[in-house]
Write a protein that binds this ligand. Structure first.
Ligand code: 4AD
Ligand code: MG
Length: 463
């Protein structure tokens, strides 16, 4: 007998076919003369209904051993369902319990649980409708991302997770050390002697694979990273994680406008593909989580993104018919409320803001001819704010060296990065997409902790 995934049975199964399914019981309903089990194997939002008649061998004993959460194998025949809500159901000839779940203690009983509560049982929450749907959509987003780049000849490169540079220069680094922290070796002047540490100097978890991606782009033309990145930023918001996944394409022979074009095509591709591959899950989010999920997704696929410079954005914010909590002033960074005003209220679609003041952006961004702005671009999305950050890179040796010094780094520590400007330097550009933010956007989930399986945030690294 073929083992079938429930999604395949729901899509293509036929009455009278024999089938074996394996999954977890979502609910058990006992009626007079028969009982219904709803079985889910994670392949789809929908369950497969298993109907057991009272003449099933040891009916009472079998039913008693099966509860919400029990892992079962059911073998039998598919039959056309008499009831509403499903086309087919399974009439088992054999039912095997693989692992039971004590109804007194199993935390996922049939009722609505808050997302806060589910976070405390992150090891079990994927067995719920909403979180299950999130991770199927997350998977579909990841597949769509690889497909987009692979079809365009981008090489997937693997940037290191352990690094000795601070790409963003924001000092949000997690240190990595094998020194004994209770008694570290000291230099003559009493500082920690990192020469004796594992790597011979201070090392960190990477905040971005960009610098290494640039090196690879200057050999392969078009590359992308897709991996975990880490930020020790102590912000407890619904959009920040200490460990998150980032997608970073990097293109040689590309300027800022080519970079924006790619970002727009990229987001459109992800939304279009996931709408096509996960229609049931997206429909579920649209009904149960956020009524604008489908509209937002279609809006992204169909409309051109708005594009404006930072200077124009400041002008728009200054004449906005509302008050902001944070000041609006040329030279200050945009806050989330400003970003959301632009994307949600003013343009009602994703907005690309370009040419930010050099002072508030990272050292690697290319200085514009005005001497005070850089060729940066942020894509701002309704409800989320910044979803992509990128730029054309400074490809001129002298300018870059100056910017490195200006950021408080020593050119020696970035000797290899400067080398890329000494040997075969070309204009190049790239961006970083926060993967969890795109999953949030796609699903309408309000908290980023609910779109990554095991979130890491300040004071929290359970599981
Ligand atoms: O804007 P960021 O800091 O840009 C970079 O790291 C560049 N090196 C990217 C590049 O040009 N290759 O981060 C990129 C994106 C942000 O737009 C945001 O979506 C996401 O990463 N992000 C976070 N997502 C979750 N939690 C955090 N703490 C995040 N910080 C940034
Ligand atoms: Mg940014």
């Amino acid at each position: 007998m073929d083992v079938r995934r429930i999604i395949d049975i729901l899509r293509t199964g036929q009455a009278k076919e024999a089938a074996e399914i394996r999954g977890w019981v979502r609910t058990k309903r006992e009626l007079k003369g028969f009982a219904f089990l709803e079985i889910n194997d994670g392949s789809a939002l929908a369950n497969l209904q298993v109907v057991i008649n009272a003449d099933f061998p040891d009916y009472e004993v079998v039913l008693k051993s099966i509860n919400t959460g029990t892992a079962v194998v059911a073998r039998g025949a598919l039959v056309a369902s008499q009831g509403k809500g499903q086309r087919l159901e399974l009439k088992p000839s054999q039912l095997e319990v693989l692992g039971d779940a004590d109804p007194e203690t199993y935390p996922l009983q049939k009722k609505r649980h808050s997302f806060e509560f589910l976070r405390e049982i992150a090891h079990l929450r994927s067995r719920t409708n909403t979180i299950g749907a999130v991770f199927r959509v997350r998977n579909a987003c990841a597949a769509a991302i690889h497909q987009f780049f692979q079809e365009r000849g981008f090489l997937w490169i693997h940037a290191p997770i352990i690094t000795t540079n601070d790409c963003e220069g924001a000092g949000e680094l997690f240190n990595i050390t094998s020194l004994d922290l209770t008694n570290p070796p000291r230099t003559e002047v009493g500082e920690i002697d990192y020469r004796q540490d594992f790597f011979g100097k201070p090392a960190y978890l990477t905040v971005s694979g960009q610098l290494e991606a640039e090196a690879m782009a200057l050999a392969f033309s078009n590359v992308y990273t897709f991996g975990p990145t880490f930020r020790a930023e102590n912000s407890n918001t619904s959009r920040h994680l200490a460990e998150f996944w980032m997608v970073e394409p990097e293109m040689a022979f590309c300027d800022l406008s080519g970079n924006i074009d790619l970002a727009e095509a990229f987001l459109k591709h992800i939304f279009k593909t996931v709408l096509a591959t996960c229609p049931e899950d997206i429909e579920f989010f649209n009904q149960r989580i956020d009524k604008s999920v489908l509209e937002t997704a279609n809006n992204i696929v169909e409309n051109e993104f708005a594009r404006l410079t930072y200077t124009e954005a400041i002008a728009q914010l200054e004449k906005a018919p509302r008050q902001f909590e944070f000041p609006v002033e040329w030279g200050l960074d945009l806050q989330s409320e400003h970003e959301r005003y632009l994307a949600e209220a003013l343009f009602k679609r994703p907005v690309v803001v370009t040419d930010y003041p050099a002072k508030i952006k990272a050292f690697y961004m290319r200085l514009n001819d005005d001497g005070k702005t850089v060729a940066a671009m942020d894509v701002l999305a309704p409800k989320i704010g910044e979803i992509i950050g990128g730029s054309q890179r400074e490809e001129r040796y002298d300018c870059l060296e100056q910017r490195i010094r200006g950021a408080g780094f020593s050119p020696e520590s970035l000797w290899w990065y400067l080398d890329l400007r000494r040997y075969g330097s070309v204009p190049h550009a790239g961006f970083g997409l926060g993967f969890e933010r795109v999953v949030q956007f796609m699903t309408g989930m309000t908290n980023i902790r609910d779109v990554i399986p095991f979130p890491r945030t300040p004071q929290n690294a359970e599981f």
